[in-house]
Design a protein around this ligand. Structure first.
Ligand code: ATP
Ligand code: MG
Length: 278
């Protein structure tokens, strides 16, 4: 068994979509828990990882020369909001920004599909989280034929080019697909119906989208296959267990931030020569 504290963290690579490889979501167990045998074990690791992430974020902010963009995509009720709350809520809000992408406004529709996305890319020193993203333009748009196939089918290449450009301009990109089973989604919808405090989360539209589960699955599989690149990799996160989802996402973010080789800026300052007046 792999020690969860092992800094190699090979279990994380199990979730990486190797560039160019085919993804069969039905063959990926959404209840997988990696090296963790219990919720308690995973929580312990999550706490450790989040503390390190918090420190790394401070350096990212001070360093002010790179940005981190985290993209979250999933079927409804897979836990995008919960991931943001648990994993990113722990970080310093100064230097962290979440953008949720809904159905495009009239103004957004008057531009190319990446216009609103580019405007929301985090500035250097910051972490940006996309709750949904430009991938909607090859997901819901494809499933509902909102534009002809000749238009959406060209977008994979356009997305890769766009993400490549960002990566070459010091925007590090991580993309997470939160993977739940169809049964788990049903249970979560039912829980929302049974619990009056969760009624606000329930949407009739989500039930309609559920009927198109296999169309969405196919659309996700294409996006994962065509758009997982060295510069902007996709990870498929088994998300039936929220505690595993949290430890997996936070560990991947932390590993990536470590890899960004962040440093506090060297400042030409001689503290000995400065006297702070009384
Ligand atoms: P979420 O469902 O992400 O938790 P929400 O329930 O608060 O958020 P919704 O009103 O469901 O908000 O907004 C998201 C909806 O907008 C989704 O159905 C999504 O597919 C749709 N959407 C996002 N981007 C696009 C796009 N480019 N074109 C069409 N629809 C889009
Ligand atoms: Mg919704």
């Amino acid at each position: 068994m792999i020690n969860p504290g092992d800094r190699n963290m090979k279990w994380l690579d199990n979730m990486l979509v190797q560039p160019g490889s085919k993804v069969k979501l039905d063959e990926i167990d959404p209840s997988w828990t990696g090296p963790f045998k219990s919720k308690k074990e995973a929580h312990k690791e999550t706490r450790k990882v989040i503390a390190e992430m918090d420190e790394l974020q401070q350096v990212l902010y001070a360093d002010n020369s790179q940005a981190l963009l985290i993209i979250l995509q999933a079927m409804d009720a897979a836990g995008k909001d919960g991931t943001i709350r648990h994993v990113l809520g722990a970080m310093n809000p100064q230097g962290c920004r979440v953008t949720s992408f809904k159905k495009p406004s009239d103004e957004e529709m008057d531009h190319d599909f990446l216009w609103r996305i580019h405007r929301a890319v985090p500035r250097y020193g910051e972490i940006g989280v996309f709750n949904r993203s430009h991938y909607e333009d090859v997901l819901i748009v494809r499933v509902h034929n909102l534009v002809p196939k000749t238009v959406w089918s060209k977008r994979y290449r356009q997305i890769n080019d766009f993400e490549y450009m960002l990566a070459r301009n010091r925007v590090r990109i991580l993309k997470f697909f939160l993977h739940i089973s169809k049964e788990e989604q049903k249970e979560r919808f039912q829980d929302r119906l049974d619990n009056p405090d969760k009624h606000w989360k329930f949407s009739q539209g989500d039930v309609e989208e559920r009927k198109r589960w296999t169309d969405y699955r196919d659309a996700y599989e294409t996006a994962l296959r065509k758009c997982s690149t060295r510069e902007a990799p996709w990870y498929v996160i088994p998300a039936n267990h929220k505690w595993f989802r949290n430890v997996a996402v936070s560990s991947i973010i932390c590993r990536t931030m470590r890899d960004m080789k962040l440093n506090y800026p060297k400042v030409d300052l001689d503290p000995a020569g400065i006297v702070i007046p009384d």
